[in-house]
Design a protein around this ligand. Structure first.
Ligand code: SF4
Length: 458
């Protein structure tokens, strides 16, 4: 007898096929142990009804077929194609991983042929990253809550339910109890320096999907696929740089915008990955030549002069902010790539180099202007920062803790903002878009969709 919580179904069999098959499978197990077993009973608790199910040869045959199919699926090394336009996808816990409508749309040659994609996952995540920046602090736990203490005082608390990742910036320790709890719940701990240089991750997100990684290494070894992907990455980034200037810049020279349009077209037609570096470089120079026009003029912002991109070390506050924001973005992509089971260090466009998260750098290109640059501009233009929050010396410009905190706030606010996805036409947060792009990249690696399409905004 199998008990069901619901009511007896209003159909001819007074039961659903999965329920009958489940019962038959239990009957087969009993038979294997020597019991005679020719029927079973479904008991529907909500309607207090018993339904007898006869173990007919047809039901037995169907159960054995489904068992064989389940065993084949278990042994398979590729994901089955998603259902098309199925009502079952609503409420399916796998919808955010499976992306049924997005995959179907991208598999059709003409966008839109797969129908209007339904957004089957929440527009925003309920949980967000929890940053600890107070040097010398310790993160412990109390029941289901993380507690940050320093010098005997409680500085902050966060319910585990609300935390998507714990980001430890600099010299922060974690108790063994808190560490175990975070690993148990699959919440990663990210270790970054005070300047947000990304050291690594501790936690349950590990490379679980060996087949995706194998597909990644095969693609990285295939010159045609590398070129196809690299063209898309660079062209998308340039288009997004152009959009940023067009939307936010004042008095931007038309030649700059036209030049970026030409650079994007050149990237799309580029015959070799090595040549893309040159196109990306000249587009970058063009874009940063107009970057200062996006800083709103005002007595508070005149301290944020910008004469061009420089780094290692950055020499002025705007460059220090940009470097810091790119480091945070690289951490974001690395975490999303690890969660997808891919190797963040094996890139297709950026060459793998010891300690360099090359794939994270590949996939973050399209987001640099839209997320990192946008967060920096928002922090400056909304007066979240002042010149006194920076120290400029001979060895470059560094950010004081107040500047770092302000930029983290601006960056997280940007990730939480909703945007309309240009391909799928639904709204979701930038954080969800990053995850979605990494998932679609994995689908392209596996050959589930014919191309990887970068994220652009209008
Ligand atoms: S979301 Fe995917 S796994 Fe879930 S019902 Fe739809 S196709 Fe099946």
């Amino acid at each position: 007898m199998e008990t069901k919580r619901g009511k007896v179904p209003n159909n001819a069999e007074r039961s659903w096929e999965p329920e009958r098959v489940q019962l038959m499978a239990q009957g087969l197990l009993l038979r294997e142990q020597g019991y005679q077993c020719d029927h079973g009973v479904l008991y529907f608790r909500a309607s207090r009804t018993r339904v007898d199910i006869q173990f007919t040869p047809e039901l037995e045959q169907r159960t054995l077929e489904l068992l064989a199919a389940a065993q084949r699926a278990q042994r398979a090394t590729t994901m089955p194609a998603p259902l098309e336009d199925s009502p079952k996808c609503f409420g399916c816990s796998l919808a955010g991983i499976c992306l049924p409508d997005e995959t179907t749309l991208l598999r059709h040659e003409h966008p839109g042929a797969g129908g209007e994609p339904r957004r089957l996952f929440p527009a925003r995540d309920d949980a967000t990253p929890f940053y600890v920046q107070e040097q010398g602090a310790q993160v412990g736990k109390s029941k289901e809550t993380l507690v940050v203490r320093a010098r005997g005082e409680v500085l902050a608390k966060a319910r585990l339910l609300d935390v998507s990742q714990l980001v430890l910036c600099g010299n922060i320790s974690v108790t063994a109890q808190a560490l175990h709890l975070l690993c148990e719940r699959g919440i990663p701990l990210l270790h970054v320096s005070m300047g947000h240089w990304f050291y690594g991750v501790t936690g349950a997100v590990g490379p679980r999907n060996a087949y995706d990684r194998a597909a990644q290494f095969r693609a990285a070894d295939d010159p045609d696929r590398r070129l196809e992907f690299a063209r898309q990455v660079v062209a998308t980034k340039i288009r997004n740089q152009r959009t940023m200037l067009r939307r936010n810049g004042t008095g931007v020279d038309k030649q700059v915008l036209d030049g970026l349009t030409r650079d994007a077209a050149a990237a799309e037609a580029c015959p070799a990955v090595d040549r893309l570096l040159g196109i990306e470089g000249s587009a970058g120079a063009r874009y940063f030549s107009g970057f200062a026009s996006m800083i709103r003029a005002g007595s508070d912002t005149q301290d944020f002069d910008f004469e061009g991109r420089n780094r290692r070390p950055p020499r002025d506050p705007v460059n220090a902010l940009l470097s810091f924001a790119y480091a945070m973005l690289s951490k974001e992509l690395t975490t999303a790539i690890l969660a997808q089971g891919l190797d963040p260090h094996w890139g297709l466009y950026h060459a793998p180099r010891h300690g360099r998260p090359a794939l994270a750098l590949d996939l973050m290109e399209e987001f640099r202007p839209l997320i990192a640059d946008s967060a920096v501009l928002s922090a400056i233009n909304t007066r979240m920062l002042e010149r006194k929050d920076f120290v400029v010396g001979k060895s470059g410009c560094s950010m004081k803790p107040e500047a770092r905190k302000a930029l983290v706030r601006a960056y997280e606010a940007r990730l939480d903002q909703l945007v309309t996805h240009p391909l799928f036409d639904y709204r979701c947060s930038w954080r969800s878009v990053i995850r979605l792009q990494v998932q679609l990249f994995a689908r392209w690696l596996r050959g589930d969709v014919p191309s990887y399409q970068g994220m652009t905004t209008r």
